[in-house]
Design a protein around this ligand. Structure first.
Ligand code: PLP
Length: 410
């Protein structure tokens, strides 16, 4: 089986009949009880994504509810400060709610309505996926439950408050590491017993194939806008262009790169390297993790010798996940994207520098991407262009930042 990417097929559709990308990533490793709901959702989404009316509704909500297009700006001060490549940001944090998670949440609510479901559930780590799903559920009149690890509830207070304000119930998850990985597991477990009445939204490009598809199809809006903005700014796609994105589950990166898949643009994904003085991290691609099954899909996943899911550590709740989307495993093996990691300390420094010099203040997740941009920009020529997806706002991290740096600037 060739691992190559086929030019004329959308990335999300490049799987085989077993829903595997490159013959080895993804699939539907699900309990028998979920087979029918997953098949139904797969059929419904395949139909909806071809329907003009559905696409019209999606675009209507993206524009009027989410506020598309989000800005594309040159970071003049950062560029001058570092010397070297020109640095730009796609300011996705300007989307309604403050992060890219709103695209997936909105599309899932549209689908839930079409499926005649009254209830919607979802997982969250950084709290953004939960906040966005609770917002969109309110907009669409759906009752909403959010599964969130107890550790993340403590460290992402502003988003927790927002979820409650939107009228959603938070289900604290106290199993395992009490972070995103456990929240996704609990959410899926709940869905097994409630799928007749309830629609499930998976908050990233992870899980059984249909959730990867819906999520990446939704976040692709980011690169549709960016392609147009790049052409307006430069008159063409610059000869040397790097698109840098943080990767947790991988939904913002997949959306940021999608339209550029068949161009010469270079893709750099930045995983969470964890604290410098710790062996723990949340960077399965950078650290050569083996393939395992997590949340219904085969992927590179942090695991111990016995194949049990391993512990992770990251300052960023949104990146603190042992697995990674099968789409990114595929892009890595096909050598279409490169992956690296940034430490907690470098992400904090990047947050501080960008917030001090520019009019944006990235959350700790995109601060990992900025850390990589800051590392490589001085080594590049001024004709080269780096675009960073600033996919979240630092406000949700103000407690951690204050604790680590002594002050919070925005
Ligand atoms: C702002 C932000 N960026 C990035 C991520 C990582 O998720 P993904 O890799 O799916 O974009 C999260 C996850 O919660 C997030 O909140």
């Amino acid at each position: 089986m060739s691992l190559g990417i086929k030019r004329n097929i959308p990335l999300i559709d490049q799987h085989d009949k077993n829903f595997m990308y490159g013959g080895k990533f993804g699939g539907n490793f699900i309990p028998e009880t979920l087979k029918k709901p997953i098949d139904d959702l797969t059929i419904l989404f395949a139909k909806l994504r071809k329907e003009k009316k559905f696409l019209y509704q999606r675009d209507h909500y993206f524009k009027n509810y989410i506020g598309a297009p989000t800005p594309f700006i040159k970071l003049e001060n950062l560029t001058d400060h570092l010397g070297g490549a020109q640095i730009y940001a796609k300011v996705v944090s300007e989307a309604n709610g403050g992060a890219h998670k709103i695209y997936n949440a909105t599309v899932h609510c549209l689908i839930a309505k079409k499926a005649g479901k009254k209830y919607i559930i979802g997982d969250t780590g950084a709290g953004y996926a939960g906040k966005m799903l609770s917002m969109a559920a309110k907009e669409f009149g759906l009752k909403c439950k959010i599964f969130m690890g107890a550790k993340d509830i403590k460290r992402q207070r502003p988003n927790v408050e927002a979820i409650k304000k939107n009228g959603a119930e938070i289900v604290p998850v106290t199993t395992g590491s009490q972070t995103l990985v456990d929240a996704v597991s609990e959410c899926m477990r709940y869905w097994v017993s409630n799928c007749d009445t309830t629609h499930m939204c998976v908050g990233s490009t992870v899980g059984p194939n249909i959730f990867i598809k819906i999520c990446a199809w939704s976040t692709a809006q980011i690169s549709r806008e960016l392609m147009q903005q790049v052409k307006e700014e430069f008159g063409k796609i610059p000869n040397k262009l790097k698109l840098i994105n943080c990767v947790g589950g991988g939904s913002s990166a997949a959306g940021f790169w999608n339209e550029f898949m068949n161009t010469h643009a270079e893709f750099i994904g930045v995983e969470a390297g964890g604290p410098k003085n710790s062996k723990l991290h949340a960077a399965p691609l950078t650290n050569g993790s083996k393939i395992g099954i997590l949340h219904g899909a085969a992927q590179y996943v942090i695991q111990n010798k016995e194949g049990q899911i391993g512990s992770t550590e990251s300052i960023s709740a949104g990146l603190d996940y042992p697995g990674i989307s099968p789409l990114h495993c595929f892009l890595k093996d096909a050598k279409r994207a490169k992956y690296t990691s940034a430490s907690d300390e470098d992400a904090l420094k990047a947050y501080q520098l960008v917030s001090k010099l520019e009019n944006i203040s990235p959350s700790l997740e995109p601060s990992h991407a900025f850390a990589e941009a800051i590392r490589i920009a001085p080594k590049l020529k001024s004709s080269e262009v780096i675009i960073v997806n600033s996919c979240g706002d630092s406000l949700k991290d103000k407690d951690i930042i204050k604790q680590k740096l002594g002050s919070y600037i925005r």
